[in-house]
Ligand binder design. Sequence first.
Ligand SMILES: *Cc1c(COP(=O)(O)O)cnc(C)c1O
Length: 411
Amino acid sequence: MSDENLKLPSDQDISGRALGEEELLLLKEVIQSGVLNSTKGTKVSAFEKAFATLCGAKHCTALASGSAAIHAALVALNLDPLSEVITTPITDMGAITPIIYQGCVPVFADVDPFSYNVTAETIRKRITPKTQAIIVTHLFGNPCSMPAIMALAREKKIPVIEDCAQAFLAEVEGKKVGTLGDIGAFSMQQGKHLTTGEGGIVTTDNGDTARRMRLFVNKAWGYGDPNPDHYFLALNYRLTELQGAVALAQVKKLEWVVRQRQAAARRMDEHLAPICGIRIPKPPKNSTHVYWKYCVDVDKEILGFDVAELAQALKNFGIASAPRYIQKPAFRCQVLKDAVTFGGSHYPFTEKQVLAGQDEAWWRREYPGSYQALSRVLVLPWNEFYAEKHVDFIASKIKQCLADLSLVKAK
Ligand SMILES: *Cc1c(COP(=O)(O)O)cnc(C)c1O
């Protein structure tokens, strides 16, 4: 049967990327202009304007990566060394290491085991007098419960950075993510909704914050100022005009990309919602999910087998999935567990913190939501080029695997 080997569009190659003539046309203009650098060119700045408009943000700066976006956001807040930044243990490491580069200490809030996101309650538990920022990640394209988080942050007067790398154009109460907190950070890496291969974006409504982020990306050189200087410690994190050209073409496709992913997800919801033991993704009240991935919770108690067994069975049908999005919570990765940072110093972690890092049982007790989430989540790759036949194919194979595994267990 041809169905048996249906090849799914993938974000790792052209089968699942909306890249074509529009990008080539703008790239050609850049090459013919001979201006590849964004300080003189027009494409990066045109992209920034278009993206700001699309998101409803006052200011937008494009930069070299999602990691650079988080870094620029932290620098804009001008945090003191050894202050604490609350973040999530289920995210990309590029969202965590900039905290350490700024000499600050990442402090982890647990996640809700079904949304995989931090919550106002889990953040509140980790706030201390040293907390100077909160980073929330809208994981897999599903927004955090922002009204409660922002109420807490305002009460405590702590700025919020939204990591929107996986959640382009997701909405909370009619506003786009990246405009709810103080700063939004995005990634344009190969697998994200909008891609330039590598790249990132920061958004804000605050003029001073915007200026600091733009300066940080430009070695803090005051381009356009009457008496420019290098005002503070900063790097070159600029995007090139080549990437700017691709970004400008991509941004015009972004709403389509999101709509396609949502339509495919609606269809998958219909297939999977009736299945006992499988829980489909659900955004919080008054929020929209943009499906960077399509994740389901697999309940071993009900089904009699766990997510790893289901993932293996799916793999036999050519359906890749990550039974866990990441192998382990960020705090169990070597860089954090052993505080492998600057020379032999472990800075900014104390010896006491390094010792505590070795005690896995403590982490398991303190982060039950994160451990539960990682032990039960099935992460299905999702794509704007999934047609009905692709969704139906994946759903039918999931149902077949569930039936096969139940039979095996019943024996
Ligand atoms: C991709 C990603 C990043 C890092 O972006 P890079 O462009 O790879 O540096 C940060 N946070 C999240 C949530 C991501 O998905």
